[in-house]
Design a protein around this ligand. Structure first.
Ligand code: HEC
Length: 246
């Protein structure tokens, strides 16, 4: 009887192995060549404030190994198809392997605050023709409807200029836009040193408005432009102006 049990479980085991091997064999035979043929290496260069791809598209079903290189002066990351690299320091890189199952445009962004507003976003073509270069974001940027409140009445004038926005609400805009990554501003507690120290620069509201909307490139370092809603723009201008003109 004992022998019976052993031999029947032995047979069962053999049968199970046979099934597994039978099921796997064709896949195992075909996959080594196939997977290396469909894995596409793509280099993505990140800087302030854009991503540049070595290749702008891939076939549907393809696996891409993105090597994201940060050639900028501040931290960046790269998020696409629900996957994200860690934060990458200037001069460093990170790899991200993504398999694109479906055809279409796959959106990518840098998730650091303010970097999408600066221009670090776009779409990667999967099994379709690459999209035209992203439309200029300067004028028609749709603003998430998070601040539907109209600009409050001008607060009591700080310094010689009358404020058009709300300096209290502007603090959040300054933070979200990532200004502090590049600028020192004591009121905000930021110590960036890519751009001028705002406490010493003491910009006028006109200078703030213009540099935020148009950016600046004098002196080699780049101040990106930001597409803010009129309300956010008024508020951040009021905030920085008030903070630098106590
Ligand atoms: C990527 C870094 C970076 C970020 C982010 C950044 N700036 Fe700048 N900013 C600079 C640099 C660099 C300059 C100097 C540009 C030049 O000299 O042409 C500058 C210049 C300025 C100036 C001086 C303008 C003038 O006329 O002298 C102001 C004011 C300013 N930035 C405000 C801001 C505000 C507000 C934000 C957030 C909305 C911001 N910056 C975000 C880098 C940055």
């Amino acid at each position: 009887m004992r022998g019976c049990f052993v031999s029947s479980s032995g047979l069962a085991a053999l049968a199970a192995v046979g099934i597994v091997v039978g099921a796997l064999a064709p896949v195992g035979g075909a996959s080594p060549a196939k997977s290396s043929a469909t894995s596409t290496p793509i280099t993505v260069t990140a800087s302030e404030f854009k991503f540049v791809f070595s290749t702008a598209s891939v076939a549907a079903g393809g696996t891409v190994v993105f090597t994201v290189v940060n050639k900028g002066k501040i931290d960046h990351d790269f998020q696409i198809a629900g996957k994200k690299t860690p934060t990458i320091k200037p001069g460093k890189s990170a790899k991200l392997t993504v398999t694109f199952a479906k055809k279409g445009q796959s959106a990518y962004i840098c998730t650091l605050p303010g970097h999408v507003a600066g221009g670090m976003k776009g779409s990667f073509a999967v099994g379709v023709a690459p999209a035209a270069a992203p439309a200029a974001t300067k004028t028609a940027a749709a603003k998430p409807a998070s601040t539907p409140t109209p600009a409050p009445a001008p607060a009591a004038a700080a310094g010689p200029e009358t404020l058009q926005g709300d300096p209290v609400a502007g603090a959040a805009v300054y933070k979200d836009a990532g200004c502090g990554g590049c600028h020192t501003l004591a009121t905000a507690g930021t110590q960036g040193n890519v751009g001028p120290n705002l406490d010493s620069r003491k910009p006028t509201q006109g200078q703030l408005r213009s540099v935020i909307q148009s950016g600046a490139t004098a002196g080699g370092a780049i101040m990106p432009s930001f597409s803010l809603s009129p309300t956010d723009l008024n508020n951040i201008v009021a905030y920085v102006y008030k903070a630098t003109h106590p």
